[in-house]
Design a protein around this ligand. Structure first.
Ligand code: DAH
Length: 357
């Protein structure tokens, strides 16, 4: 019995893990373990022998059980110590500095444009970027055979093989929002619609996705004079200059009659652009009086109402204002570029607080 005790106490002391401990428990004091087998043999002993062997076997069983639980507890302590040693964390260390994000110049300029027109009483309207060809073309007086459709490098969506309805398009301009807003709200109306537009074109001044802001004002006696005043106010506020000269050049758009492209006086002296002075002209937008057919498409009676509309390239005026040379860089997501041209998150553009500080 002495041997049995010494053997198991030594084995338990050396056990490397809990699984070994469990094996030892089964071998020693499990139902068919060595100690239990000896206990079973008690029956064959004489009463005298049994009186000695019985308590001794019970004591051995207790001793082995205590050794097992002591070793188990020691293992748990060691495991906890090991975790505490490897998983520590110094909560008094200073936080890691995180670089602040920046507002993208396109977002900034959209906010600036919105602030300026909001001040003139224009609300913001929206429309889908995947548009039916009716809203993108027909309703704007651009029928199927019209060359403007080909000129716009339209992205078409694909329909199912047995679906012969005309495909949807990625809107090629923000002008369809004119129709949607007229239909939804009727006249009178004063909205701008900033947003993404798409054309299959790619070089230093064209990307397949870019941004426009549409303007639309409808009332009983709106004229080109109102258009001119609004655009002058806009250009002065946007480029943050006291005076600016606009040139209205006769042009043609299917959705306006008459139509005008608008240039601003500028100079490129020394390679930098100055707005409002010099002998050069820079084209910045298309505009005109809303065509009667377009009013009709928007369910507005052209005998009663008239209006002006304009469309400006947001990316283009952002490049001009902030001296950004390559349009493609806008959409490269290059962090160095974004940090250089980006705007601080809290500088919300307002007319009273300054647009671009
Ligand atoms: N939709 C035109 C384009 O994408 C821009 C435009 C021109 C919009 C004249 C207008 C407008 O509202 O009156 O090129």
């Amino acid at each position: 019995m002495r041997d049995l005790r010494d053997k198991y106490i030594a084995l338990i002391a050396d056990a490397p893990d809990e699984a070994t401990l469990e094996d030892l428990r089964v071998q020693a004091v499990g139902k068919k373990g060595e100690v239990s087998l000896q206990m079973r043999a008690l029956g064959k002993m004489t009463p005298e022998e049994r009186q000695v062997a019985g308590p001794a076997l019970n004591a051995l069983k207790d001793e082995i059980n205590s050794a097992l639980s002591a070793k188990k507890a020691a293992m748990a302590d060691a495991a906890l110590d090991e975790r505490l040693r490897t998983e520590w964390l110094d909560v008094t260390l200073p936080g890691r500095p995180r670089r602040a994000g920046t507002i993208h110049p396109i977002s900034q300029v959209s906010e600036e444009v919105t602030a300026i027109f909001a001040d003139m009483g224009f609300a913001v309207a929206e429309g889908p970027q995947i548009e039916s060809d009716w809203y993108n073309f027909d309703a704007l007086n651009i029928p199927s055979h019209h060359p403007a459709r080909a000129e716009m490098d339209t992205f078409y969506t694909r329909r199912g093989a047995d679906d012969d309805r005309p495909p949807h398009v990625l809107r090629t301009h923000t002008s369809p929002v004119q129709i949607r807003t007229m239909q939804a709200e009727g006249a009178p109306l004063r909205v701008i619609a900033p947003g993404r537009v798409y054309r299959a074109d790619y070089d230093q001044t064209h990307t397949p996705m870019f941004h426009q802001v549409e303007g639309l004002a409808i009332d009983k006696d709106i004229s080109m004079a109102n258009l001119k005043w609004c655009l002058e106010e806009f250009v002065k506020a946007f480029f943050e200059v006291e005076d600016v000269e606009l040139r209205f050049r006769a042009s043609h758009f299917p959705f306006t009659e008459p139509s005008a492209e608008v240039d601003i006086r500028c100079s490129w002296e020394g390679g930098t652009l100055k707005i409002g002075e010099g002998d050069d002209w820079l084209e910045i937008l298309g505009s005109g009086m809303v065509h009667p057919k377009v009013l009709e498409a928007g369910n507005i009676n052209p005998d009663e109402w008239q209006g002006f509309a304009f469309g400006v390239g947001i990316d283009r005026i952002a490049m001009l204002k902030y001296g950004i040379p390559d349009l493609r860089a806008f959409f490269d997501s290059d962090l160095r570029w974004l940090r250089h041209y980006g705007f601080a998150g809290l500088d919300v553009p307002t007319l009273h607080g300054g647009l671009s500080r």
